[in-house]
Structure formats: structure tokens, C-alpha cells
Design a protein around this ligand. Structure first.
Ligand code: SF4
Length: 76
């Protein structure tokens, strides 16, 4: 499993995460920021665990996020 941590406050709405990992990310029509699908909110930070087969797409999303608001961690 892979853990995705998302600092939504930092998002500038560029859509790069949606383009690279559209199964896990979508844009909010409310505030124009990205939404981590399945993410749980705690202390203003979203987190979710995803399967290995989502790792590559989300790694690209994280690498292409211009404000580094997406962090990936291998989880046990
Ligand atoms: S790539 Fe980063 S800044 Fe761009 S929409 Fe996604 S989370 Fe927001």
C-alpha cells in the first residue's frame, strides 16, 4: 500500500494531479482546488491509502505538483 498525504491549503488548482492520476484526483467546482478522492481529513491535511497499482500515476501527480502539496509514502 501507498499513503498519500495532501496539503490542500497549498493547492493552486493547476490540475496536474488530475491529468496524471484522474482516478484518485478531481477538481472541486466550489473552490477550484484538487480533491483527493477517498481522502480523510485531519488537522487540515488529507490522507488516504491506495493500492500499489495506483502508485506510478500518483507519483507522477506528486512530481508534477508545482507547490509540492502531494506527498507519497510507502505504507506497510
Ligand atoms: S497538482 Fe498540486 S497544485 Fe495542481 S491541482 Fe493538484 S494538488 Fe493542486
Amino acid at each position: 500500500m501507498t499513503g498519500i498525504t495532501y496539503y490542500r491549503d497549498k493547492c493552486i488548482g493547476c490540475r496536474a494531479c488530475v491529468e496524471h492520476a484522474g482516478e484518485r484526483w478531481r477538481m472541486s467546482q466550489k473552490d477550484g482546488k484538487a480533491v483527493l478522492i477517498g481522502g480523510k481529513l485531519k488537522n487540515k491535511i488529507f490522507f488516504c491509502l491506495v493500492r500499489e497499482d495506483e502508485y506510478d500515476a500518483n507519483r507522477k501527480a506528486a512530481q508534477n505538483c508545482p507547490v509540492n502539496s502531494i506527498i507519497l509514502n510507502k505504507a506497510k
